[in-house]
Design a protein around this ligand. Structure first.
Ligand code: ANZ
Ligand code: ZN
Length: 835
């Protein structure tokens, strides 16, 4: 019959699904529930290939689960607050809200054009008051429970844009937009007590066996539990009125390798000494110019300032160590002070070489190594302790325990645990975010906005003409009366980090009443998300914050779920070749054809295959491709070839191949219309293997393997002679491809005269007996006498053989309807019926 008309089919079935509400999830369904979620997009303006790949994967799983009899929740929404909207406001003079909502409208229609099985009735955008107002209510619940607090803390301050920058926004010590040297400033900020949950967040990782190992490891490292020791150093001379300070170490075993002590630039000792030391003031100022990001501090050149003071070694009163202020010591980790052992710590070694300080080995992997000096690399491996008095000969672990025991006994130190994880600073001095629902009153302090006054709505009349936070300079918005005493007070003008918005949207998808954040029973009927799919760039922050927020809600009795996502999958990126013109400028794929720059006829150089990005101009916009090849071909491309966790290279020839395959599928489903007769056991087996195999592949998110099996089955059907088996296989194929190429499948389903939608059809059953390859001959005896033989699949289970024997015509005749007394089955060989 005619060629598959994708434009017509796409539009038609998308309209039918929408009109029938096919993918609306029913809270009150009696079916088992399944929650499939992809990370919701930021409304940047257009859907890109990465979105298409991500959402296609989730879609196949969601559609498959529906066919398997689940009530599936597969929602979509918008992570709609954040900086780009404010940048657009500054550059293009549009209101962030207008810009965001226009982008959402454009992207929504692009998503609909790909035919995703989404429940659009649950769509939400975090920038709308009906969402962020409920978030404010939750924030106040956490505040009441003591899980929110305010404190002074160091931030990256961009003096030109007059704003706080996230660590990621500081590049080489400069603001990413202004290029100004970033300063470290102290500001009062709001924090969420994620550290209260550090142990539990770490423990919970053990239960997440359907998460990628690497993501669990990244979270574990981020939480960073270290066992160690805290001890006191006595100063030889006072710094201000300080005569001793504590250090934290994870390597008390290396105490005899100590070479110097160091404190952070913000440490009270450094501050006290700087009062009358201009050179130290300069050094501290220089330290503050490096951002607060750990990676940056790690790679920066190690620098120090010799204070001239010294400290006493705790194990030897005659041993003095010089005290430095050092740029690699952080104030907010441990105690902000260290003892340094250059032989066994690379940072300390770099520092010691620079300032010509002693390097003494105290751990040796082999006895011979004991006297080998350390060169340019610190030794951080295991071994035995050397050059260390009473510790000599002990292993590293034994020595740690021995030093801690001695310190505790003598009273100068104790064993402790420290965490790398910091409390979550959620204050942003920005307009386009959730207003923090707090009012500052001189008399009453920080007062929560009464819940009946929520949402605290963002004012519309704001200007972005000058840098800084428009909420802060708004004429009226921030001036309110104190809810507690009624006196004039000031509204909090910080807004929440957008990661807060994405920490609970998945619960709001499950239940979104207008008068509360979610209905507990309904939310719990869907939660946790069974399969979450998204980019590995969210392996730490988003996933950790969401795990924390869910636990916090659990602790205050709002929901009885701790882990929000039981299954996690991180997909690979979509890549493309890069091109340059002879002058070395990047060219976009549209500007190049057959290796030539279309406009000039000059040769283009083909560069590496890289992640699609604007900077390299190798971005291919999915929208026109969907128009040209149809949604199904694009979806098929996203699932074919590469394993989903790996990168996928977009190519023109690839999408053309997919388009041809979609058309081939269409022609094959033609064969399903025939009324041919006769069995084709070989094809039957291939079909049933495909049914079972594709199901298993989809459940394991092995989409490329499922695609390969569909190719095989398609080939087999094409090659087979007409038969009843062939007709059945072609009919089943329609259902097998329905999750991947749903428009084609609906069209074929309708053409076959099936009722209803293939989206609502059941996944085909497979006969386990047909999964087994070889056939064997089975002797069937009645009372010990051979009466018949059967051909059965090798390894067929006993009950199958028994059933086959009893169903045999000859045997049925002999038994004359009487039930056998006993049936003995010897697998692969014989069935003996005792009548
Ligand atoms: C002495 C020592 C000897 C150390 C040695 C390491 C190796 P982790 O394991 O990542 O938790 N440290 C402690 N507080 C610090 C701070 N505020 N800023 C920078 N560094 C700090 O790191 C703990 C180790 O990092 C501690 O153990 C301390 O150096 C350093 F052979 O103490 B160690
Ligand atoms: Zn008050």
């Amino acid at each position: 019959s005619a060629r598959f008309n994708h434009l017509k089919a796409d539009a038609h079935w998308q309209r039918v699904w929408e009109e029938q509400g096919t993918f609306q999830a029913r809270d009150d369904s009696a079916k088992p529930k399944s929650y499939v979620l992809e990370m919701f997009p930021y409304p940047s303006g257009r859907i890109h290939m990465g979105h298409v790949r991500n959402y296609t994967m989730g879609d196949v799983l969601a559609r498959y689960r529906r066919m398997k009899g689940y009530e599936v929740l597969h929602p979509m929404g918008w992570d709609a607050f954040g900086m780009p909207a404010e940048n657009a406001a500054m550059e293009k003079k549009v209101h962030p809200g207008d810009w965001t909502r226009a982008n959402i409208a454009a992207m929504r229609s692009q998503l609909k054009r790909i035919g995703f099985a989404l429940d659009w009735s649950r769509e939400l955008a975090t920038c709308e008051p009906d969402y962020y107002g409920q978030e404010q209510a939750l924030f106040l619940d956490l505040f009441a429970a003591g899980l929110v607090y305010r404190k002074e803390s160091a931030v990256n301050w961009d003096p030109v844009d007059m704003t706080v920058l996230a660590n990621e926004q500081v590049i080489d010590g400069r603001g990413w937009r202004s290029g100004a040297l970033v300063e470290r400033r102290k500001l009062s900020q709001w924090f969420l007590k994620i550290t209260d949950f550090a142990d539990d967040l770490l423990d919970g990782l053990k239960t997440l066996d359907q998460w990628p190992e690497k993501v669990r490891t990244m979270q574990e490292n981020w939480i960073g539990k270290s066992q160690g020791m805290r001890f006191t150093f006595r100063l030889d001379r006072k710094a201000g009125d300080i005569d001793s300070f504590d250090v934290f170490t994870t390597r008390p075993d290396t105490l005899f390798g100590a070479s110097f002590a160091a404190v952070a630039a913000d440490h009270p000792i450094a501050q006290a000494l700087a009062k009358d030391d201009v050179a130290l003031q300069d050094f501290i100022a220089e330290c503050k110019r490096t951002g607060t990001a750990a990676a940056e501090i790690e790679t920066a050149e190690k620098k120090g300032y010799d204070t001239g003071l010294s400290v006493t070694h705790p194990l030897d009163p005659d041993w003095k160590l010089p005290l430095f202020v050092a740029n690699f010591v952080l104030m907010d980790y441990g105690t902000g002070a260290i003892f340094a052992c250059p032989a066994h710590d690379q940072r300390d070694l770099d520092f010691a070489r620079k300032y010509a300080l002693p390097v003494r080995r105290v751990v040796a992997a082999t006895p011979e190594e004991a006297d080998t000096p350390i060169q340019n690399e610190a030794y951080v491996g295991p071994g035995r302790i050397v050059n260390s008095g009473f510790l000599d000969g002990l292993s590293v672990e034994e020595a740690k325990a021995a030093v801690i025991a001695r310190a505790e006994q003598e009273g100068w130190g104790t064993g402790t645990t420290v965490w790398r994880l910091r409390d979550w600073g959620v204050s942003r001095q920005r307009y386009w975010g959730t207003p923090i629902p707090i009012i500052h009153c001189e008399g009453c302090g920080a007062v929560p906005v009464p819940k009946d006054q929520l949402p605290v709505v963002l004012p519309e009349d704001v200007s972005f003409d000058i840098p800084g936070n428009p909420l802060d300079r708004h004429a009226t918005w921030k001036h309110v009366d104190c809810p507690s005493c009624g006196k004039p007070a000031r509204r909090e003008t910080d807004t929440l980090d957008t990661f807060v918005d994405s920490s609970w949207y998945f619960i709001r998808f499950a239940s979104q009443p207008s008068d509360q954040p979610f209905d507990r029973a309904v939310a719990e009927s869907w939660m946790p998300v069974g399969q979450y799919i998204g980019g590995v760039e969210h392996a730490i922050l988003h996933l950790l914050y969401a795990r924390f927020w869910t636990r916090a809600l659990e602790r205050i009795g709002k929901i009885s779920v701790k882990e929000p996502f039981t299954g996690l999958f991180t997909q690979g990126m979509v890549t493309h070749e890069t091109y340059k013109d002879p002058a070395g400028n990047w060219l976009s794929p549209e500007d190049v054809s057959n290796g030539v720059v279309t406009a000039t006829g000059e040769p283009a150089t083909v560069g590496r295959i890289e992640k699609m990005s604007k900077s390299k101009k190798n971005v291919v916009d999915p929208a026109p491709i969907v128009e040209q090849y149809g949604a199904d071909a694009v979806r098929w491309f996203m699932l074919s070839d590469s394993p989903p966790e790996r990168d996928l290279e977009w190519t023109e020839s690839g999408i053309e191949g997919c388009w041809r395959f979609v058309n081939r599928l269409w022609r094959i489903t033609d064969a399903a219309e025939g009324a041919a007769e006769g069995e084709d056991r070989d094809l039957d087996r291939k079909l049933h293997k495909a049914i079972a195999g594709i199901a298993a592949d989809i459940e394991a998110l092995g989409f490329n393997r499922a695609v390969a099996k569909i190719h095989e089955l398609t080939n087999a059907i094409e090659k087979a002679q007409p038969s009843a088996s062939r007709t059945a296989a072609a009919r089943a194929l329609v259902r097998l491809v329905a999750p991947m190429v749903p428009h084609l499948a609906e069209e074929a389903w309708a053409r076959l005269g099936e009722s209803g939608l293939v989206a609502d059809a059941a996944w085909p059953d497979h006969d386990p007996a047909l999964l087994i390859d070889d056939e064997v001959t089975i002797a069937v005896q009645v009372n010990g006498k051979l009466r018949d033989t059967l051909t059965a699949p090798k390894g067929a289970p006993k009950d199958t053989l028994e059933r086959m024997a009893l169903e045999s015509e000859k045997i049925a005749k002999l038994l004359e309807g009487a039930a056998p007394k006993k049936v003995i089955v010897v697998p692969d060989r014989l069935v003996n019926i005792v009548a």
